[in-house]
Design a protein around this ligand. Structure first.
Ligand SMILES: Cc1ncc(COP(=O)(O)O)c(C=O)c1O
Length: 406
C-alpha cells in the first residue's frame, strides 16, 4: 500500500521551508573569497584595465579547461555573440542551434542579425545528433553551436566529422558545463571556441559574468580584441584595429571566481554522488523513471542539473503517459522542488519569429517527459538522495500521475 501523499494533506516526506534538506546556492563565501574581495576594494583597481585578477583567472580557467586562451566577459550570452562576431557572422548567415537549451543560445545569434536554425535533439539525451545537424545545414550555414546541456557534454564524435568536412567553426555553449569532459578532454576545448556563464544559477558564479575559451592562440587574441573595444593586446591604447564591444568583467567578480576553481571538482563529485544514489534508489524501487542518459563518450557530466525522464521507455503523450504538471505539484508537496525545464526553442514565439525552425519531435518528447532537480538539491547529503527517490516512487505510483487515470 502506498502511503498517503502530501498533496492530499498527509505529512510531507521532507520539511517544507525551515528544516528542508536542500542547501542554498551559491554556497556561503569562503574566507579566501572575502579576503580577495577586500583586497580589490582596498586597491582601487576595480576594473580589468587596471587590475590583474581577471587576467589571472582567465589564464587559470582556460588551462583547467584544456585551452591556451581565456577572455572574461560580461555574461555567457554576449560571449556567444562575440565568438560568432569574431568569425564574421552577421545578417544573411545561419547558425545551427539545438532546440533544447536556454533561450540565450539562440538570442546570441539573433542579436547579430543572423538567423538561428533551430535543430531537433535526440529524444532521450536532449543533444544535437549527426542526423539532426545534417537536417539543419544549408548553403547559408556559417557556424554550429553545440550545447553541453545540464553539464552533459554533447556527443562531439557525431558533430565534428560533419563540421570539419564543411569547414564550419563549432561554438560550444558551455554555460552549464564548468569542469565537464568528453573522451577525457575538457568542455571548452572540444570545438573552436566556447562560452561559459557565471550567472547566479551556475556551477561557478559571481552573480553574473562569463568567459570565452579557445585552444587556438590566434583566435584567443581576436576574441580578446572583440571584447576589448577592438584593441589589440599588444597594441596602442587608442589603436583600435576593429569594431569591438566593451565586454569586460570586473575584478570583484574575478575575486569570487578565482578561489572557486579549487572547489569545483569536489562540488562536481558531490553532485554526481547524489545522482548515483538517487538513480540506485529509483531502480531498487522499480520506479518507471530514470536520469536521462549521457551521450556515449561522456567522461564527466557535472550535473549542473539532473534531468529526470519520467517516461524513458514510452511516449509521454500516449494515454498512459505521465501528467508532468501533477507530478511537479505532488513532488513539491512532498518537499522536493523540481522544475519543468525548458520549452523547445521552436515553441517560443519570439525565437520562432526570427529563426528557421526544423520539425522537432525529439525535442517535444524530451520536453514533455523530463523534469529537473536543480544543482542546489544535488548538493544535499547522499542519504537525502534515497529519500528523494522514495518521493518519486510514491508520486509515480499514484494513478493520477498517468494521463489515463479515471
Ligand atoms: C545553456 C545556456 N546558454 C547561455 C546562457 C546565458 O548565460 P548568461 O546568463 O551568463 O548570459 C545560459 C544561462 O543563463 C545557459 O544556461
Amino acid at each position: 500500500m502506498t502511503p498517503p501523499l502530501a498533496i492530499d494533506g498527509a505529512a510531507p516526506l521532507f520539511p517544507l521551508g525551515e528544516g528542508s534538506p536542500w542547501p542554498s546556492w551559491p554556497p556561503p563565501a569562503t574566507e579566501e573569497q572575502r579576503a580577495l574581495q577586500e583586497e580589490v576594494l582596498r586597491s582601487g583597481r576595480w576594473g580589468a584595465t587596471s587590475g590583474e585578477l581577471c587576467h589571472t583567472f582567465a589564464q587559470r580557467f582556460a588551462e583547467r579547461h584544456g585551452c591556451v586562451s581565456g577572455v572574461t566577459t560580461v555574461n555567457g550570452t554576449v560571449g556567444l555573440s562575440a565568438a560568432l562576431a569574431a568569425w564574421g557572422v552577421g545578417p544573411g548567415d545561419e547558425v545551427v542551434v539545438p532546440a533544447y537549451t536556454f533561450v540565450a543560445s539562440a538570442t546570441a545569434v539573433a542579436m547579430l542579425g543572423a538567423t538561428p536554425v533551430i535543430a531537433d535533439v535526440d529524444p532521450h539525451d536532449g543533444h544535437l545528433s549527426a542526423q539532426t545537424l545534417q537536417e539543419a545545414l544549408s548553403e547559408k550555414t556559417r557556424a554550429v553551436m553545440v550545447v553541453h546541456i545540464a553539464g552533459s557534454p554533447c556527443d562531439m564524435d557525431q558533430i565534428l566529422p560533419i563540421t570539419r568536412e564543411r569547414g564550419l567553426p563549432v561554438l560550444e555553449d558551455a554555460a552549464q558545463a564548468h569542469g565537464a569532459s568528453y573522451r577525457g578532454r575538457p568542455a571548452g576545448s572540444l570545438g573552436d571556441a566556447a562560452s561559459f556563464s557565471f550567472q547566479s544559477s551556475k556551477a561557478m558564479t559571481a552573480g553574473e559574468g562569463g568567459i570565452l575559451t579557445t585552444p587556438d592562440a590566434e583566435l584567443g587574441e581576436l576574441l580578446w580584441s572583440v571584447c576589448n573595444v577592438g584593441r589589440s593586446r599588444r597594441g596602442a591604447w587608442y589603436g583600435h584595429e576593429r569594431i569591438g564591444w566593451n565586454l569586460r568583467m570586473t575584478e570583484f567578480q574575478a575575486a569570487i571566481l578565482l578561489p572557486w576553481l579549487d572547489r569545483l571538482d569536489e562540488q562536481i563529485t558531490r553532485r554526481n554522488a547524489f545522482v548515483d544514489a538517487f538513480s540506485d534508489g529509483l531502480a531498487r524501487r522499480g520506479v518507471p523513471a530514470r536520469v536521462a542518459p549521457c551521450p556515449e563518450g561522456t567522461t564527466r557530466d557535472t550535473r549542473h542539473l539532473a534531468m529526470i525522464d519520467l517516461n524513458p521507455d514510452s511516449d509521454p503523450t500516449a494515454a498512459d503517459g505521465t501528467t508532468k504538471d501533477w507530478v511537479l505539484q505532488a513532488l513539491a508537496a512532498e518537499g522536493v522542488p523540481t522544475d519543468a525545464g525548458y520549452p523547445g526553442l521552436h515553441r517560443i514565439p519570439a525565437i520562432a519569429e526570427v529563426s528557421r525552425c526544423l520539425p522537432a519531435p525529439g525535442t517535444d518528447r524530451f520536453c514533455a517527459s523530463t523534469l529537473w532537480l536543480r544543482q542546489n538539491l544535488l548538493m544535499a547529503d547522499p542519504e537525502v538522495a534515497d529519500q528523494t527517490a522514495e518521493a518519486f516512487s510514491r508520486v509515480l505510483s499514484d494513478p493520477r500521475s498517468r494521463s489515463n487515470h479515471e
